[in-house]
Write a new protein. Structure first.
Length: 331
């Protein structure tokens, strides 16, 4: 088996950003159902922080990173949707995207259309596919239609800015929360119908004002502990609380009995990887994402770029909420 070397970011123990180290690893040939890809850009996501810190425990040592874009260098047996030289992008298990090249399962790797740059491809896959499954597949009873109110926390983040634009394209009235006036202005500029600075205002009070007391059909919440209780109270009867992250920490256990008096509301905990478990589903979602990006209705904002070797600082900035839009590593 031939192999080449790749600079990669690895952790040997869980903890702070200082535990991420640049290492050289040998990369061999792809096996059945695998491809080898050389990265041009790599995306950063909050799940990377969870995996590094140990909130999502990993078998160590492990290379981090869940999304990237680049060029296919080699294709294993049985892979028919990709060939050597194809531009490609992915959001995929297992981790390992923080590197120059890697061998990985091919099923979640999609062709990247020529009209979309590597940097945009790396920045949009995990966050864009997340918005796709939220707005198209994680729906309240009766679905969503133009004019409906939805509440989206962290609206100025990478996922949030995509959601603001996509929701507007769908005719939804997205109420976005963020922690500063600057971030609120950014969400508003990207299509949020209403914005709430939660550092200054009680978002529950404002949501009730905006909706004339009716509440929203669905809350999309990646914040977790700090927003959970009041988010449930923002829902209209039979509304849906869709949790998809824990940026402020995991939600405390709660009694299902509380959901009845709140209007017989629904609660779900979603993960992207349930939705992209098959090649067909991954491709269908990616096609929808690439369509909306190529149409110009959704622009992928890359707020920060770091060199691979500066990944520690990238994580510190992400955790300190000093980032807007998407963050990428350049190679």
């Amino acid at each position: 088996m031939s192999s080449s070397m790749s600079r990669s970011i690895q952790i040997d123990q869980h903890g702070g950003a200082e535990h991420m180290h640049l290492v050289q690893i040998a990369v061999g040939e792809p096996g059945p159902g695998e491809v080898r890809i050389r990265h041009h850009a790599v995306g950063l996501n909050y799940i990377d922080v969870y995996q590094r810190s140990g909130l999502y425990p990993m078998n160590l040592p492990v290379q981090l990173g869940m999304e990237a874009a680049g060029v296919i260098e080699a294709v294993g047996e049985g892979v028919t949707h990709l060939k050597v030289g194809d531009r490609a992008a992915y959001a995929s298990q297992p981790p390992g995207a923080y590197c120059e090249r890697r061998v990985m399962p091919a099923k979640c790797v999609c062709k990247l259309r020529d009209g979309i740059s590597f940097e945009t491809g790396a920045a949009m896959m995990l966050k864009g596919l997340t918005v796709q499954y939220l707005l198209k597949r994680t729906l309240p009873q009766g679905g969503l239609k133009a004019g409906d109110f939805i509440l989206f926390h962290a609206a100025a983040g990478g996922v949030g800015l995509i959601a603001c634009q996509w929701a507007k394209a769908l005719g939804l009235q997205l109420i976005g929360t963020a922690g500063s006036d600057e971030k609120c202005a950014l969400a508003k500029a990207n299509g949020a119908a209403h914005v709430i600075n939660y550092a200054k205002e009680d978002f529950l009070v404002r949501v009730k004002e905006i909706t004339g007391g009716k509440g929203v059909k669905v809350v999309y919440d990646s914040v977790g502990k700090d927003t959970w209780d009041r988010s449930l109270d923002c829902l209209s009867p039979f509304g849906l609380m869709a949790s998809f992250g824990n940026a402020s920490g995991p939600v405390a256990p709660f009694a299902p009995g509380i959901l009845g008096p709140k209007g017989s509301v629904y609660v779900t905990r979603q993960t992207l990887f349930s939705h992209i478990s098959t090649r067909e589903s991954t491709q269908e979602m990616a096609d929808d994402l690439m369509d909306v990006v190529e149409s110009g209705k959704v622009h992928i904002h890359i707020g920060q770029r770091y060199a691979l070797e500066d990944v520690q600082q990238a994580h510190r900035d992400l955790e300190a909420r000093n980032t807007t839009g998407c963050t990428i590593l350049t190679l």
